[in-house]
Design a protein around this ligand. Structure first.
Ligand SMILES: *Cc1c(COP(=O)(O)O)cnc(C)c1O
Length: 704
């Protein structure tokens, strides 16, 4: 019995469970209520359950279920026949060290803010599945990213609940002497110390650096407080800890990475530490830089010049003063690596430029974003044409088994033993689809939507209750009475992502009368669910949230347009499975890739998006819907009018008619044909197994 209990505890401490439905169930089954209260965190859950209860439960079937999950888990960890073993043995021997300021692995580990982190988490999971020896490096943010709630006005409020290490699946890293492993970095005139935590994600390991220890002065402890919190000064401190501290940690652990991968420029200071290590061996600077370059790869995610991290010369001078005294380079050397102006080293220090200068390869995250990046950075390569600028692309994907939860997971398991088969090729996906009837696909849509609508009902009751106690207005009763008018018979649109203004969340409200006619059509109505957080400093983004909340309270939209608070990985999973249409309205070409639309496909959801990010590559005219044809206007207003017009027209003339057109059995045959096309063409391409294999063969292996 003790064996089963320790197996259960071991399972709770490896996030592998988060993409294994049966593993998830053994925790949820213990207590659905505690599961929910602990934000789906098995470590937290188990703290509330006595050994006596566990012993009793393990006597019967429940114990057998643990055995079966645990056997699968150990077989997974010990599998020697992985993709990497066959195709990239070099990456089994030495690890890939992947640095990212955030990792979105599961909603219970709040060390992510949005898409960049979710991508990093999905990359980590696929690397584990494929058998690549993979180490992630990030920071342990004590408060994580904020929890969002709305006040009575619809204005975003933030609070920052602490996350306690003892109720997370992390453990302290210790050295050979059994003591906590501590590294330090020089910031300004101080030595700042950090301890390291280890989080297991399948076969992969994520290390989290943590300055929140007594050895540090209070203001340095706060480096590990919030994801993207604070000012520029906090930002540079976090980036020093991530890049320089991360390299020092790996060195102290004796890890010899095959390659260092910078996921966005935040971690680019890692190149400086590698350089300092070379210089300390007596290598000349040019040669040292060449050596660093040969070991690093860089992925950029930012399609607008203003979005890149930049630090002033004064800030660099102040922050790197002590560091430079021991690193073997002087201030001008340092500034030159990050100078965005080939003639003038006195300008700003740009993290992306540092990363481009000191890595052997660089890539954008979709075909279009690759093109945009080459044009944006051409001035760094004056001798090259735009096409020759050495920035390629690998289009982002999603970790399919993490995103096929609930009904969808059990649905596909009736037709295939391994859902990942559908990620392999179009033929493989079509072979699975051939076994599924239209009626079955339609029942999947209904089951998923019903489950989502039931969830909305419970969630909104709670949300409205809190809005009520946070306000002096007595509108709770009126709001409550409208909350459960969502219906699974109605075409449902979902929109959820960070509320960066370029994503234009309120675009669909541009013509209220037209939207009213669409939403309240007597026989072919529409309902819309929104969610998303604005960065705490982004008042324009917060205003977008408020606009949507206020629109949702207009009588004509009440109960038909809703906003769900506190978008996170858990809400995302619910939404992508529950909606018929996933809407995306970025200003082209500002969406580097976007991934959320990729998550909806295996649930039978269809994308409806501006041709930006990954969508121009994937869209074939039959596997979803586009907003316009990639037309770009100089003026925002013109662009918004044009795109809104296209959006309404496409809804009225294509989307709504084909959803509501039914055969004798009440099945929307044309709609289902599109779902089949989407699954066959999108699932096999836009997943992180394909993406990580591409990183491995194109960039990590560096076979000449
Ligand atoms: C997938 C995901 C994102 C990224 O969404 P995009 O539409 O690609 O910007 C952001 N946040 C969460 C919680 C996600 O799951």
């Amino acid at each position: 019995m003790q064996k089963k209990i320790s197996a259960l505890k071991e399972l709770s401490r490896n996030l592998w469970w988060s993409w294994d439905t049966e593993a998830k169930e053994i925790f949820e089954d213990l207590s659905p209520l505690l599961w929910q209260r602990n934000n789906h965190n098995p470590v937290g859950l188990l703290q509330h359950i006595s050994d006596a209860e566990l012993v009793a439960r393990c006597q019967c079937e429940y114990g057998e279920k643990i055995d079966s999950v645990y056997d699968r888990f150990t077989a997974y960890l010990n599998n020697k026949g992985t993709w990497a073993a066959k195709n990239a043995p070099e990456l089994v021997k030495n690890p890939v060290a992947y640095f990212s300021a955030e990792f979105g692995i599961h909603e219970s580990v709040r060390i992510y803010s949005g898409g960049l982190g979710v991508l990093a988490g999905d990359h980590l999971k696929s690397a584990s599945d494929l058998g690549i020896n993979f180490i992630g490096i990030t920071l342990f943010y004590k408060e994580g990213y904020f929890r969002q709630y709305l006040n009575h006005d619809g204005w975003q409020m933030e609070d920052y609940p602490l996350q306690h290490s003892e109720s997370l699946p992390i453990e302290k890293v210790t050295g050979a002497d059994g003591k906590d492993l501590i590294i330090s970095v020089n910031i300004a005139q101080s030595e700042v110390f950090a301890q390291a935590w280890r989080l297991r994600v399948g076969r992969a390991t994520l290390y989290l650096l943590d300055t929140n220890i007594p050895a540090n002065e209070a203001h340095y402890r706060d480096i590990c407080c919030r994801v993207y919190g604070g000012d520029q000064n906090m930002r540079i401190n976090q980036e020093i800890l991530l890049g320089i501290g991360g390299v020092k940690l790996l060195d102290k652990l004796g890890v010899k990475p095959a390659v260092y991968h910078m996921n966005e420029g935040h971690s680019a200071f890692l190149t400086l530490e590698l350089l300092a290590m070379e210089l300390a061996k007596g290598t000349q600077q040019n040669e040292a830089a060449e050596k660093v370059r040969s070991r690093c790869v860089f992925t950029t995610h930012t399609p607008v010049p203003a979005g890149h991290d930049r630090f002033t010369r004064e800030m660099m001078h102040y922050t790197f003063d002590k560091y430079l005294s021991t690193s073997g380079m002087n201030f001008d050397d340092l500034m030159r690596f990050g100078s965005d102006d080939t003639n003038n080293i006195y300008g700003l220090f740009t993290m992306t430029v540092l990363a481009l200068n000191l890595s052997r390869s660089a890539n954008g995250v979709s075909k279009l974003h690759g093109e945009v990046s080459r044009a944006m950075w051409q001035h760094l390569y004056p001798e090259k044409t735009v096409d020759e600028v050495p920035i390629g692309h690998i289009t982002n994907g999603i970790h399919a088994t993490s995103w096929t939860c609930g009904y969808t997971d059990s649905f596909w398991r009736k037709y295939t033993n391994n859902i990942d088969d559908m990620s392999l090729s179009r033929e493989a996906a079509e072979a699975v689809l051939a076994k599924v009837t239209d009626a079955e696909l339609w029942s999947l849509r209904y089951s998923s939507k019903r489950s989502f609508i039931d969830f909305i009902d419970r969630y909104l009751a709670n949300q409205l209750f809190h809005q009520h106690i946070n306000s002096y207005y007595n509108d709770y009763e009126t709001l409550r009475s409208t909350k459960n008018t969502f219906s699974p018979d109605v075409l449902t649109i979902g929109f959820a992502r960070r509320f960066a203004t370029y994503k234009r969340a309120p675009l669909i409200f541009r013509d209220l009368d037209r939207l009213d006619r669409i939403i309240n059509h007597a026989t072919r109505p529409l309902q819309i669910v929104f969610a998303g957080k604005a960065h705490p400093h982004d008042d324009a983004g917060k205003d977008y949230i408020r606009q949507i909340v206020q629109h949702s309270r207009r009588p004509q939209f009440s109960g038909k347009v809703i906003f769900l608070e506190n978008y996170n990985l858990g809400i995302a999973k619910r939404m992508v499975s529950g909606v018929d249409i996933w809407l995306n309205t970025p200003v082209r070409p500002m969406e580097a890739s976007g991934t959320s639309g990729e998550k909806t496909v295996l649930h039978g959801g269809l994308n409806f998006s501006v041709l930006d990010g990954w969508w121009p590559e994937a869209y074939n005219g039959e596997n979803g819907f586009s907003i316009g044809n990639g037309e770009c206007f100089d003026h925002h207003d013109e662009q918004d009018s044009f795109d809104a017009e296209k959006m309404y027209t496409t809804l009225e003339t294509m989307i709504i008619p084909s959803f509501y057109e039914r055969n004798d059995l009440d099945i929307p045959v044309k709609w289902i044909k599109k779902i089949r096309n989407a699954i066959a063409t999108i699932a096999p391409e836009y997943n992180t197994h394909r993406m990580v294999k591409e990183y491995a063969t194109k960039y990590y292996l560096n076979r000449k």
